[in-house]
Design a protein around this ligand. Structure first.
Ligand SMILES: [Zn+2]
Length: 667
């Protein structure tokens, strides 16, 4: 609010002129610059220069606006619609053959205004099929998904091309030509039987290492049909992640007795599968604020951790609602820690809610601090529930998986593999748990807009680490990651399909470091309060829905009341770099004139702090408008007295400037 008590730089908002303006400095008592006056608000006629900074339009989005499924405020439109599917899945895992056999039925609800004669499903396991296309390393000679039966609307379909009912598999996408089209408001039943071999360690995001099984992307899943793009049928190639629709799941998983199983969803039959001792300890974890060892090293056998089962097997049943996927994990070697997290009022009944926190890991993984995992997970869930909105699901469980999991998010689950120190373990745990909000709850298209889930989560991770480690500056690490690549010129813009980056570092910077850094810059432009309100409002509007980048942009403009097209254009559509410099400092009468150069192409407001020998720190903000007409230099005047000790641009380091060496005077 520093600028609130200062005179406005009103004449600086004239676009396209290089102005020297006399500014009466005022003391703020703090060094954070305030928010400059709104430039042009949304809906008014932008100045010509602002129009030149317009955001490229997206055909499908403009059509969605005109049809009323999206709105100019960034909220879902009055005619927004979204598909839904109910899944009933059964699988049996044979740890000897490492094979999974599955059977499933899907009821697909067509809530679109379109008649669908064809539907698409994802067979993501086909990234492991012989001869598959992929852009990451995958284990050699695994298998894809082997379909035994494919049926639609009560009719078995054959794998044939051409016209008429049938199905075709192309990589990770299956196309079903239906016996009868599904009208708007109608539904259709599909049935499948399949087998797959769980891939070994080395498989991206899951698999098995002989001891632990993390089962992901294991069933035929409806592709997304949305109001902007229709069917999204992009292949799963390994680098870019996913786009999934919402639905409910009933899942039955059969494994040897004595194996512990954890899955997306709520366990429906604890009395059938968990021993009395395990259930009692789990109950105490629901109430206890400490971490309860539900299954210890001494308990891991049928009759102790689990019941004995029938023929040495147990069937675990889970139910999940409003999730975009189901993943699960199983091992005979897992320990199980549990506690609970306070999430605030998740159900909206005015009373506080809790969720169960779980951690499944092998005893030797204490080397990677898995004995702290439940505590880290609880802290993360509680942090994000306060920072964003209450965690809505029944549990959040961290799972020790094959090394190639790295860190990967699934609804209510994370798979974490590899070796970690405590900093890294907290970081990966909180990052993956952060993904419960983006993209598990806010269901964006991760393939085409990786920044929408990774960038937002990387930013959220930094907030969580700052609080957990009491001031740890993770934002600085993100900024450095971005600037290091930006300085080489190897950067690619954020609005770029995740599978079309020239290399992994360009993908990583554009998906993680840069968007996280850009959000910090946006926070600097808007001020913390407005930024946070806009950020949470975007999430609130798009919970369990499918936002595009334009819905994010429009929501931020709607909440802040500002036209930020220059910001979106600069940071999401271009690779323009920011380089603001103090060019000259000269005495003019009783003033000091500070000449500021914009040496990069990125236009940003200038946040100046003038520190005087009496200790006063005056904050000045020069609106971005000075640059929008192409000016490369501007100047401001401040009183000469009391004597100026130093002048610095953006001492709070909110903006990712490529050269900090020219931002201080004296140098
Ligand atoms: Zn991530």
């Amino acid at each position: 609010m520093a600028f609130g008590i200062c005179p406005r730089l009103s004449h600086l908002s004239l676009v396209g002129l290089i102005l020297v303006s006399a500014v009466s400095a005022c003391s703020s008592g703090r060094s954070t610059p305030g928010t400059p006056a709104p430039a042009t608000t949304h809906g008014s006629n932008p100045a010509p220069a602002a129009r030149a900074m317009a955001v490229p339009s997206l055909a499908g989005y403009d059509l969605a606006l005109s049809r009323g499924t999206r709105s100019r405020t960034g909220a879902p439109g009055p005619r927004y619609w979204q598909q839904w599917a109910d899944y009933k899945l059964e699988a049996e895992l044979n740890p000897v053959s490492k094979r999974l056999t599955g059977k499933g039925a899907i009821t697909y609800y067509n809530r679109s205004p379109d008649t669908l004669g064809t539907v698409y499903l994802q067979l993501l396991q086909n990234i492991f099929a012989p001869g598959s296309r992929h852009n990451t390393t995958v284990p050699w000679a695994v298998e894809g998904i082997e379909l035994g039966r494919v049926a639609a609307q009560g009719k078995d379909l054959a794998a044939v091309g051409g016209e008429g009912p049938g199905y075709e598999v192309n990589g990770t996408i299956m196309r079903l030509r239906l016996p009868k089209p599904i009208p708007p408001g109608g539904k259709a039943e599909f049935a499948f039987e399949w087998r797959l071999r769980v891939p070994p360690d080395g498989a991206p995001r899951g698999g098995q290492d002989g001891e632990v099984y993390f089962i992901n992307y294991w069933y035929p899943q409806m592709a997304v049909y949305d109001d902007v793009n229709g069917w999204q049928t992009d292949q799963y190639l390994g680098t870019a992640e996913f786009y999934m629709g919402y639905g409910s799941y009933d899942v039955s998983l059969t494994l040897p007795a004595g194996w512990l199983v954890t899955s997306t969803g709520t366990l429906q039959n604890p009395g059938d599968v968990l021993s009395g001792q395990t259930r009692a300890r789990l109950d105490s974890a629901r109430a206890d604020t400490g971490v309860v060892h539900v299954v210890t090293d001494l308990d891991r056998e049928p009759g102790r951790s689990t019941t004995r089962g029938t023929d040495g097997k147990l069937t675990w049943r889970f139910h999940a609602d409003s999730v975009r996927d189901v993943a699960w994990a199983a091992s005979a070697r897992y320990l199980w820690d549990a506690t609970n997290a306070a999430v605030g009022d998740a159900t909206g009944d005015g009373r506080p809610d809790t969720t169960v926190i779980g951690s499944f890991y092998r005893p030797e993984q204490t080397v990677s601090h898995w004995d702290q995992s439940a505590r880290y997970a609880r802290y993360s869930v509680e942090f994000f529930s306060k920072y964003l909105w209450p965690y809505p699901y029944a549990h959040m469980t961290a799972v020790d998986g094959p090394t190639s999991c790295g860190g990967m998010e699934y609804p209510m689950m994370t798979c974490i593999g590899g070796q970690w120190d405590t900093l890294g373990m907290y970081e990966v745990t909180t990052h993956e748990i952060g993904h419960m909000w983006f993209p598990m709850i806010v269901g964006s298209d991760e393939k085409r807009f990786a920044w929408m889930d990774e960038g937002l989560t990387q930013f959220d991770q930094s907030q969580s680490m700052d609080e957990f480690f009491k001031g740890f500056d993770d934002e600085e690490r993100n900024r450095k990651g971005y600037l290091d690549l930006a300085e080489t010129g190897g950067e690619v813009e954020l609005m770029h399909h995740g599978d079309r980056y020239p290399n992994y570092s360009a993908y990583g910077v554009a998906s993680y470091y840069k968007p996280a850094t850009v959000l910090v810059a946006l926070r600097g432009v808007l001020g913390r309060d407005v930024f946070h309100r806009a950020f949470v409002e975007y999430g609130r509007r798009w919970r369990y829905k499918h936002p595009t980048p334009y819905d994010f942009f429009a929501t931020v403009e709607d909440v802040s009341g500002r036209d930020l097209s220059w910001f979106w254009r600069t940071w999401f559509f271009e690779t323009w770099r920011l380089d603001q410099a103090i060019d000259t400092v000269t005495t003019v009468g009783d003033s000091l004139e500070i000449g500021i150069a914009n040496r990069g192409r990125a236009p940003m407001p200038v946040h100046l702090v003038v520190t005087r020998t009496d200790g006063r720190a005056d904050s000045l903000a020069i609106p971005v408008d000075v640059w929008l007409g192409g000016a490369k230099r501007t100047a401001v005047r401040v009183p000469r007295e009391p004597a100026v000790r130093s002048i610095e641009i953006d001492p709070a380091r909110e903006f990712p400037d490529v050269d900090r060496g020219n931002q201080r005077w004296p140098r």
